[in-house]
Design a protein around this ligand. Structure first.
Ligand code: ZN
Length: 247
């Protein structure tokens, strides 16, 4: 049968383990958000690249369309010019010549348009190159971040496993009725069920306990509850006497 001091110490150890577990659990729960953040940053850069790429693709499509049309129009002009020699009347000759001039002018316009589209495409290619580089850098950074995340995940899981082991050990020392009380208070008191009293002040609520209770705590032979915050309290000095300093 362990003494009350030992039980209180075990309970304090349990409290310590539970607080650490809460912290580790919160960090484990935060891991998916960290991963999502990394992915979102990647997606943003990827989208910027894709947007520019589809702008370029659209431009190239437009250019090819105009090019094909221009080729047809030029063939037509050639055919018409060939036909000029076979024309007998001056009126017909003049009419076809005029058609040829109009078509040539239109073709010149198309050529200009192609040149303009070519300039735009060159500009977009420059932007695209810069974005491709940014994408590569972001991917590389993301790989590093993901590796760090994996490492953190493994470390947190190891810590949690070690804490679970420590908790199981501490639980065996605390007697079951005290453990039940501890769990009850912990649920209602933001995870902290046991608090040392230092001097007259409860560490759980930072308020002073009545002097009479402080005297009772010094004996360390009964389980006491803080009248302010309802946590299990003990005298820090009585349960964990300061170790004698080496001479
Ligand atoms: Zn208190």
């Amino acid at each position: 049968m362990s003494s009350l001091r030992e039980k209180l110490k075990a309970l304090e150890e349990l409290q310590q383990v539970d607080l650490e577990m809460n912290e580790v659990r919160a960090r484990i729960e935060g891991l998916p958000a960290r991963r999502a953040e990394i992915d979102a940053a990647r997606m943003e850069v990827r989208r910027a690249y894709d947007d520019e790429k589809s702008r370029l693709d659209g431009l190239e499509r437009e250019r090819r369309g105009i090019e094909q049309l221009l080729q047809l129009e030029r063939d037509k002009v050639k055919k018409w010019e060939g036909r000029l020699g076979e024309i007998k009347t001056p009126r017909e000759y003049a009419a076809l010549s005029r058609e040829i001039d109009i078509a040539k002018k239109a073709n010149e316009g198309s050529s200009e348009q192609l040149k303009e589209l070519g300039n735009q495409a060159a500009e977009i290619r420059g932007t695209l190159e810069a974005r491709e580089e940014a994408l590569g850098e972001r991917e590389e950074a993301a790989q590093g971040q993901l590796q760090a995340l994996e490492k953190d995940t493994a470390e947190l899981q190891d810590r949690m496993a070690a804490l679970e082991k420590r908790r199981a050990e501490a639980s065996t020392v605390v007697d079951p009725s005290l453990l039940g009380k501890y769990e009850n208070i912990r649920r209602r008191r933001a995870g902290v069920a046991i608090a040392p009293v230092v001097g007259m002040s409860c560490n759980g609520c930072h308020r002073n306990i009545p002097p009479q209770l402080a005297i009772i705590l010094q004996r360390a032979n009964s389980i006491e509850i803080c009248p302010n915050c309802n946590r299990i309290i003990y005298s820090a000095d009585a349960v964990n006497p300061p170790s004698p300093s080496p001479a």
